[in-house]
Design a binder for this molecule. Structure first.
Ligand SMILES: N=CN[C@@H](CCC(=O)O)C(=O)O
Ligand SMILES: [Zn+2]
Length: 428
């Protein structure tokens, strides 16, 4: 029993110094090795890490206590795919799509024009406000990509600004062949793998760990994508891919061949693609998965899978066939759910919406969807420190405005986030 008998403080006083016991948790989704969901639970935060999690009746003493009065608590969302460094408005394109137009990669060029025009200060302020929005929806760890600069200077600038605000940064110089390289895609690939890569490496710092390619009709062929990802890998970046969004275009096979960290979108899959992603996930679990790794594990020592990342909001916003999440889960794939927040195909960072949609429309169970949006995202980013509430993990908590996590799907569109704690500090 907690030795501290001072009255509990309310949610508004969550941020403090020393140890803080968060109690009165109706459902605690630990995402620990047993995937325990504890009732009437408590979590002890010490600085920026989780020190303990368990039944309230066994809670250790703490400097302060905060009573959540029967709210559910999850790990903060880990959003492993977004494109948040941009300026410009594409709502007219979206409206045209709702009137029957189909999505094409060309819209990326519109955002690129506006992004190149924006000052550094404006781009940084826009990004900061988007991060704040995401935190208000329970997101505590977030990746973002370059990809709306598409020249040396603007890609390097995007990487620098992203690194100032995001947990993880991905180089996506191969997002679209820009207009000035029309019909010269291979020359553009030379630029991406040469001068642009070097400039981005120099400005992205240690948060720049990934390289991505839009491997699709109208963007880059599998062969061009392979060239980009191999060059980036030789420079120390780990590959990930946008694949099989608009057709069966070879992205999944390439991701598996390269041992990419993830392949994202995956709307059009062959049975071989599903089996390949399933085999990757099954092998990961057979080796202990993330569960075998303590939060401080060296990620380089883990045999990571190619994660199958589904983007429910993007599928809805482009009226695409939903990614076959159920079939992937049944095949044993390691799934992640991400927002893909971007101005063209998915202008939302609401992971609450994405998780609700995965349950309502994509036939994942609540447990599967929650795992995909927390531990799955962490696995896609090859991190052991986020996505679960276990001792030693980063103190990232998502407090729901509800007694049970099923409310995310049961009450779609409602403001379900009561508080977001990141690194032990209340950020929303
Ligand atoms: N598909 C490629 N890239 C983004 C869309 C970018 C855009 O249309 O601006 C995506 O992930 O959906
Ligand atoms: Zn994307």
């Amino acid at each position: 029993m907690a030795a501290n008998t001072e009255p509990s403080e309310t949610l508004d006083a969550l941020t403090g110094t020393g140890t803080v016991l968060v109690e009165g948790v109706s459902e605690l989704w630990t995402l620990d090795a047993e995937r325990r969901v504890l009732r009437d639970a408590a979590v002890l935060i010490e600085g920026d890490v989780i020190a303990w999690a368990g039944p309230r009746s066994e809670a250790p003493a703490a400097d302060r206590r905060v009573d959540l009065e029967g709210r559910a608590v999850l790990p903060g969302w880990v959003d492993s795919h977004s494109h948040m460094v941009f300026d410009g408005d594409r709502s007219a394109e979206f409206q045209a799509r709702m009137a029957g137009e189909s999505y094409s990669a060309g819209g990326i060029g519109v955002t690129t024009g506006a992004t190149r025009e924006a000052s550094d200060e404006r781009l940084a302020a826009l990004l900061a406000s988007r991060v704040e929005e995401a935190r208000r929806g329970g997101t505590t760890c977030m990746e973002t990509k370059t990809g709306y600069g598409l020249n040396v200077e603007d890609e390097a600038r995007s990487a620098r600004i992203a690194a100032e605000h995001m947990d993880e940064v991905t180089f996506l110089g191969a997002h679209l062949v820009p207009a000035e390289y029309k019909n010269r895609a291979d020359e553009y690939v030379d630029l991406v793998t040469g001068e642009m890569l070097q400039a981005v490496l120099a400005s992205g710092g240690e948060r720049l760990r990934w390289a991505d390619v839009f491997c699709e009709e109208g963007a880059f062929t599998p062969e061009q994508s392979r060239r980009v990802l191999e060059a980036c890998r030789a420079a120390g970046l780990t590959p990930r891919l946008h694949g099989n969004q608009l057709g069966e275009t070879g992205g999944v096979a390439l991701a598996l061949e390269l041992g990419a960290a993830s392949v994202d979108h995956i709307n059009y899959l062959s049975s071989e693609d599903i089996e390949g992603l399933g085999a990757s996930g099954r092998a990961f679990r057979a080796n202990g998965g993330v569960d075998g790794a303590p939060p401080a594990a060296d990620p380089a020592g883990i045999d990571w899978p190619t994660v199958a990342t589904i983007l429910p909001a993007c599928d809805l916003s482009t009226r695409a066939p939903l990614a076959p999440a159920r079939e992937l889960a049944d095949a044993g794939a390691t799934l992640a759910i991400a927002s893909n927040c971007n101005p063209g195909t998915s202008y939302t960072s609401s992971m609450n919406f994405c998780v609700g949609t995965a349950v309502l429309q994509m036939r994942l169970t609540l447990e599967e969807a929650l795992e995909a949006a927390t531990l799955g995202g962490a696995t896609a980013l090859r991190r052991t420190d986020v996505g679960r509430i276990v001792p030693g993990a980063r103190a990232d908590l998502h407090v729901l405005n509800a007694p049970a996590a099923i409310h995310l799907a049961y009450r779609p569109g409602m403001p379900m986030t009561a508080a977001t704690i990141r690194k032990g500090v209340r950020v929303a």
